[in-house]
Ligand binder design. Structure first.
Ligand code: ARE
Length: 584
């Protein structure tokens, strides 16, 4: 056995409390190296004259990420505490793996050898709001969704869609425009909107806040915003706002005060100033977002800043009943701040959703004390590389996605924010070089996967565009210019997702096959009483492959075409074709 590859560490994604009774335990071993694994576990205080008393339970093989196999088991220790180890067997040997190393037999003279899950505390369980699990998000960049009230257009507003989006042009999108088009969103089937920033700011993207307590006048006033939230709620749509707390905008009053009064400013500790006089060029001598002098970094360790920002977080929930916060540049703000943020937000609205913007591995923020989810860009990248770019093969795709899944607890994966694109990335249709078949498969995978999908406004009707600012074109409203076929396709997927529990999140996800030569893929979604099998051909060739599953005598329903079918042992899919079979 390859001992160096065997890995486990408690209190993280390898051992965590899934609910009040259940611990989830995961073990990593070298791929194809181990045939059977049993967990051996017991209560640390349970002894008799012969030594420590423990029992065995078989672990289940849950898949691999290309390099490693993962084994999984659920355990419910009677007194909510546990010491445990693993017994691994292959054709050559059986060994026992503990916190202190490897043994030929399970030691029972002392529990100190073993891994320790000290106590399952209710308060330590990662819990995202229940409603999030089955939400279908839609992201709106308010300047570009719809202009419903030209009277409040900002200066030099261009006619809707008349020019390419630039970093400094305006088309006058506003709240009234969103309210007027609410039926479009309801009809599409989405159940949550993530708005990029709406507070008073200088730029068209509003990430350079001037006043966190005011709505930007180009979008409307507070009364209109309240109306927007109410309209959304009446239609069963949750509202999430963008909190830009890592930095303020250049014209934020405290920063202007610093520029004016320098060392004497009462706000000098609100920022990370390196020296006086504070200057913006040739390079800023204060910390900023990236190297943008327009975005001075806030000192979130300062008590006044903390109070100010936490008041902001409370205000928009208490006064406007918003349902969630998306946190901009979340990983560059200190953890202590986010812990207080969570307490504050959950005190005023216990089921508010907290979504961090982090593009990388995010376990430190997802332990239950900070965020409910992060924007799942590792998922995005894998999905785009396989479906849109055709840059990796089906097996590599399976490995990327498995790596993401095995990096987090199950309750975290269930609410991951799975996006295909955003205001920060090129449009999916542009990445796929205009190949709509590829985009359809992307949507299919996203909308059938574990987690909560988010659609970037306009992707569903085939809007194109390159990197920011190209990806921020005006929404297209003329019927003739919308890709209706794509729209129907996405709508149908959302409807299926909502109709079948196994399609959405109340289900286990499992890859069945990922063929690296012909680039087809099969995977299951399994709920307590339903199993759906998905088959995708991500290639421009016809594929035929044997189905390695037992269907017994169950009736199989082709969910896409809504008909009962006979499944042959060999399946054939046309280029970029797919099938969705409910096999139980
Ligand atoms: C402008 C230009 C860009 C230029 C950027 C940086 O338009 O072309 O790259 O400046 O100098 C907002 C606006 C942007 C604007 C930016 C600065 O929306 O248009 O960009 O302000 O004025 C990293 C961060 C992540 C961040 C992205 C952009 O980790 O938090 O970069 N995203 C948020 C928002 C943005 C917003 C800001 C932050 C600032 O979503 O819209 O920008 O408030 C790898 C890295 C990641 C990196 C990612 C993308 O994965 O590891 O860390 O994300 O690439 O670059």
């Amino acid at each position: 056995m390859q001992l160096e590859a065997i890995y486990h560490r408690p209190k993280g994604h390898f051992a965590y409390a899934y609910d009040e009774k259940t611990l989830h335990i995961q073990l990593r071993v070298k791929k194809n190296d181990v045939e059977k694994v049993r967990i051996l576990y017991g209560d640390p205080y349970h002894w008799n004259k012969d030594g420590w008393i423990f029992s065995y339970k078989e672990m289940k093989y849950s898949g691999n990420d290309g390099l490693f196999d993962y084994w999984f088991v659920e355990v419910s220790p009677e007194f909510r505490r546990m010491r445990y180890g693993f017994e691994l067997t292959n054709e050559n040997e059986t060994i026992v793996y503990t916190e202190k190393g490897f043994y030929p037999e399970a030691p029972y003279d002392d529990v100190a050898y073993y891994f320790c899950f000290p106590f399952l505390h209710r308060g330590d369980i990662f819990r995202a709001p229940e409603w999030v699990k089955n939400t279908v998000w839609y992201q709106i960049f308010p300047e570009r969704f719809a202009n419903g009230n030209p009277a409040i257009n900002p200066k030099d507003t261009l006619p809707w869609g008349s020019a390419e989006p630039l970093s400094n042009n305006f088309f006058g999108g506003d709240f009234e425009g969103i309210i007027q088009n609410i039926n479009y969103l309801v009809d599409l089937g989405i159940t949550g909107i993530y708005f990029t920033p709406i507070f008073k700011a200088y730029s068209n993207h509003k990430y350079d806040t001037i006043d966190y307590m005011e709505i930007d006048p180009q979008f409307g006033d507070k009364a209109t915003f309240k109306r927007l939230v109410d309209v959304c709620h009446q239609h069963g749509i949750k509202v999430m706002l963008d909190a830009v707390f890592n930095h303020s905008g250049f014209y934020f009053a405290p920063f202007q005060d610093v520029l004016k009064h320098q060392e004497k400013s009462r706000y000098k500790d609100w920022f990370h100033l390196r020296e006086f006089p504070v200057k913006t060029s040739p390079v800023p001598n204060y910390d900023t977002f990236a190297f943008t002098e327009q975005m001075p970094k806030l000192n979130t360790e300062n008590e006044e800043v903390k109070k100010y920002l936490l008041d902001v977080a409370k205000y928009w929930i208490e006064e406007f009943d918003i349902d969630g916060w998306r946190l901009d540049v979340a990983n560059e703000v200190d953890h202590a701040f986010w812990r207080e943020f969570r307490k504050t937000v959950k005190t005023v609205k216990p089921d508010a959703y907290i979504l961090g913007e982090i593009w990388h591995d995010s376990m430190p923020w997802l332990q239950g004390d900070q965020f409910d989810a992060v924007m799942n860009y590792p998922f995005t990248q894998g999905a785009l590389d396989f479906f849109a770019r055709g840059k990796i093969n089906a097996e590599q795709f399976k490995n990327v996605i498995s790596t993401v899944l095995y990096s987090y607890p199950k309750n975290v994966n269930e609410v991951a924010f799975n996006l295909l694109g955003s205001h920060d990335t090129p449009r999916i249709l542009t990445i796929a070089d205009g190949n709509k078949d590829r985009i359809k498969l992307l949507f299919l995978f996203q909308l059938s996967f574990i987690g909560t999908p988010c659609i970037y406004y306009g992707d569903e009707i085939g809007i194109t565009g390159g990197q920011d600012p190209g990806c921020r074109k005006c929404m297209v409203w003329e019927d003739a210019k919308q890709d209706k076929e794509l729209l129907q396709f996405v709508k149908k997927l959302i409807a299926l997702r909502k109709r079948y529990p196994a399609f959405q999140n109340d289900a286990e996800f499992q890859f069945a096959e990922a063929n690296k030569i012909h680039n087809y893929l099969t995977y299951y979604k399994q709920s307590s009483d339903e199993t759906i099998l998905f088959a995708i051909n991500n290639s421009s060739e016809n594929v035929k492959f044997p189905l390695s599953i037992n269907i017994n005598d169950e009736t199989v329903v082709d969910l896409w075409n809504d008909e009962v079918v006979e499944l042959d042992k060999e399946v054939e899919l046309p280029p970029f074709g797919f099938a969705i079979w409910k096999i139980k």
